[in-house]
Design a protein around this ligand. Structure first.
Ligand code: GLA
Length: 737
């Protein structure tokens, strides 16, 4: 049993203790004599036979703290203050003056909420969340704990949800806020998870970035003063990824205590980390509170997206592998979840807006010759769309541009034995489009104000059902014209001008996301055989929420191999390679102007789903031969890349090389990849130490047939061969003999 409930005998049964065990971690909380839900512990597993003695409430200390308020319920006891006690769901207005997880505006305008325990329930299986993506599991793989808290004045009820995947070491947290009172209230802030630590010094690892350079790692001390990351862009964003790690100060790749927090949501979010006056640490994650004022009438409720928590004592590498497993097996869904996905050739960097059916078919013909499985027709095939200033919203095939119908073109492509995929951007509208001319109020804009433009386009109000339904119908109309086997779902600007002609304004950012999920769910249900790849100007919406609908996401618009080593390194902390869209593109690279060898570009793209983004017609016969070999090799390695355990072997932000490896579950096969990032005259030799192998097994290099002990590869490493070349890449496949 993963969830244990006990009444604490020492306090005449008034304390209730909840203990959650996963394979390697323990989480404990208690309802105290006043009904407050306290957090006691989260960390390495604490196991023992005598479960009654497990209570760790001795960790809570009580002192008279000046200027820290005391709840009325404690009477004259000035040693009890929520300002100093660790809690599960701290709310504003209780005398806890730290940042809170929950803030409520009551009907009288006051901002206060005093949540106390009402009841709880332990259930088999993992809870689901209405309208939202969430971790899923078979009934026997998970348990749910629901704890109901209530504010007796407003009648507001908060149902805290804990999902426990014992084997995976995963605990999920979410909540449902219900207005059980008689007045209208406004939820001003509602985070999903709070981690309070009574002692210790911690670091926060977060992933910041920008368009075309996403998920750079930043590690800072959690100190006095609040550290806040998040997004107000309507998407999870290129700027901060909705996933962070809290570590001991000395934690490394291999060692130390680390907590992961990953938000299963693709819209506005926030994460706050703060050390308080007593050197206690609080880290919280959930919906962004800016642009969010969610009104609830009596009887209405709000479901919060969930945060996935994971803890390990074995360092960052183990934490990443834990999240990779959770994402691969309990977030991604659909027929393509466990499949090796098609190697694809995308038209974007090959021809941008300048194509017709003949040029797309020429790509398909080359694809067939090179062993590539699929051709994707990117932006530019619909409405009036010769550049990115017009046409979005008019999802009608531009047959004049193509020179034939879509169906005819797909038949020609399939005739080469090649699959066909297509690009869409359903959430958008260009002002220069028929859709906008007919329905200007369908775009998010504030009456009387000129809207902020992004890529010269506006955002459709996806919080409105009729808007979604219209776009859905139009897109289905296209997908049904032929054998479409893949869709790239793009989203190319941030939301501004948050105003809906039909919705309460404080709800729009949340309801927009619910609308996007609803659309994606319908698309998935209707076309289970179409694979959807997510995209938002590359990796602007690279998160676990989208991965529930799209098993892979275009990782970045930056296809430069050297930058990609770093982007993919940051991405790897939470997301498995099977989720990372990565392509080989032309040189000089279109984003950086850098030249790297075809081999290097191939090795880097093989840390993801793999494909091409170039015009094979412009390649030399030698390059074509090399690509043929690359594709063949990728297909051979693919099971390892998709399903193997991932190990980071260097930090490419600090070291002269990037290196990583995939190891099969039984450790009998491994793929090592390395890219030199620096070259100097008379350079020292760099050694890369392998990980994850069996120490006492003998491994053979598949190419040279040289043999090594696993322990030797892990303890002494291998010298990276020196080559008179910038950004040289190496790959080595190892078999246990
Ligand atoms: C975004 C995507 C690109 C491409 C273009 C098309 O930038 O990330 O891959 O699809 O849009 O306009």
């Amino acid at each position: 049993m993963a969830i244990i409930y006990q009444r604490d005998k020492e306090h005449s049964g008034s304390n209730r203790i909840f203990t959650i065990h996963t394979a390697h971690s323990t989480y404990q909380m208690k309802v105290d004599a006043y009904g407050f839900l306290m957090h006691l512990y989260y960390g390495g597993k604490i196991s023992g036979q005598m479960e009654e003695r497990l209570s760790m409430d001795y960790l809570l200390t009580y002192y008279d703290r000046g200027f820290s308020g005391n709840p009325a319920a404690v009477g004259l006891d000035r040693t009890y203050s929520l300002d100093a006690l660790p809690q599960e769901y701290p709310s504003l207005g209780t005398g806890d003056f730290r940042s809170s997880a929950f803030a409520l505006r009551n009907e009288d305008g006051s901002e206060s909420c005093d949540l106390r325990y009402v009841s709880h329930e332990v259930r088999k299986g993992k809870y689901g969340l209405q309208g939202l993506p969430a971790v899923y599991a078979k009934e026997e793989e998970a348990e749910t704990l629901e704890i109901v808290l209530r504010d007796s004045v407003s009648g507001v009820e908060v149902r805290l949800l804990y999902g426990v995947l014992e084997k995976e070491d995963i605990i999920t947290r979410s909540a449902v806020i219900c207005n059980g009172g008689s007045g209208e209230i406004v939820v001003e802030k509602a985070l999903s998870a709070c981690m309070d630590f009574v002692a210790g010094e911690y670091d926060l690892i977060s992933f910041h970035g920008r368009h075309a350079m996403e998920r750079n790692l930043q590690r800072t001390h959690i100190d006095h003063g609040s550290q806040l990351i998040g997004s107000r862009r309507g998407t999870s964003s290129h700027q901060y990824n909705p996933a962070v790690i809290v570590t001991d100060r000395n934690a490394t790749e291999e060692n130390g205590s680390c907590y992961g927090m990953m938000f299963v949501y693709s819209g506005n979010f926030m994460c706050e980390a703060e050390r308080d006056q007593y050197d206690q640490t609080r880290v919280m994650m959930g919906l962004q509170s800016d642009l969010f004022h969610y009104p609830l009438k009596p009887g209405e409720s709000l479901v919060l997206p969930e945060v996935v928590l994971g803890h390990t004592d074995r360092g960052l590498g183990a934490l990443s592998r834990m999240f990779h497993g959770a994402v691969r097996n309990h977030i991604c869904r659909g027929k393509f979840r466990d499949r090796i996905r098609p190697v694809l050739l995308n038209s974007w960097e090959a021809s941008y807006f300048d194509f017709n059916a003949d040029t797309i078919c020429a790509l398909a013909e080359s694809a067939a010759e090179l062993g590539i499985d699929m051709v994707v027709m990117d932006d530019g095939w619909f409405g009036k769309r010769e550049d990115d200033n017009s046409g979005l919203g008019d999802w009608q095939v531009n047959e004049r541009k193509l020179g034939c119908t879509l169906g005819e073109m797909i038949e020609r492509i399939n005739g080469f034995g090649v699959k066909f995929g297509i690009w869409i951007e359903p959430e958008m509208v260009s002002e220069d489009s028929n859709l906008y001319r007919e329905h200007p109020d369908w775009a998010l804009r504030i009456p009387g104000r000129e809207p902020v433009r992004g890529r010269n386009q506006l955002v459709l109000d996806f919080s409105r059902e009729e808007v979604r339904e219209y776009v859905f119908r139009e897109i289905c109309g296209v997908l049904e014209q032929g054998n479409v086997e893949y869709v790239k779902w793009d989203m190319n600007r941030s939301l501004s001008d948050i105003y809906s002609a039909r919705n309460a304004q404080g709800k729009v950012t949340y309801d927009y996301m619910i609308g996007v999920y609803d659309f994606l769910e319908k698309l998935m249900q209707r076309y289970p055989d179409i694979m959807i790849e997510g995209c938002s100007g590359g990796g602007g919406r690279f998160d676990a929420g989208m991965l529930y609908y799209t098993p892979q996401i275009w990782c970045s618009d930056n296809t430069d191999a050297v930058d990609r080593v770093r982007i993919q390194y940051g991405t790897s902390f939470f997301y498995p390679a099977s989720a990372v869209g990565a392509h080989v593109s032309a040189v000089p690279n279109h984003q950086t102007g850098r030249r790297t060898s075809l081999r290097t570009r191939g090795v880097v793209a093989m840390a993801g789903t793999f494909g091409y983004e170039l015009d094979p017609g412009k390649l030399s016969p030698e390059e074509k031969e090399e690509i043929k070999e690359q594709v063949r090799q990728f297909k051979e390695y693919a099971p390892l890349i998709y399903r193997g355990d991932y190990y980071r072997l260097s930090d490419p932000f600090r070291e002269a090389f990037g290196a990583w490896m995939f190891v099969s579950e039984d450790k009998s096969r491994a793929l090592l990849s390395a890219v030199m990032l620096e070259i100097h005259g008379n350079m020292p030799v760099h050694y890369v130490r392998l990980k994850g192998l069996k120490p006492d097994a003998v491994y053979e290099d598949a190419r040279s047939h040289k043999r090594y002990f696993g322990a030797a590869l892990m303890n002494a490493g291998l010298p990276i061969p020196m080559k008179m070349e910038e950004y040289a890449a190496y790959q080595m496949e190892l078999y246990e003999i």
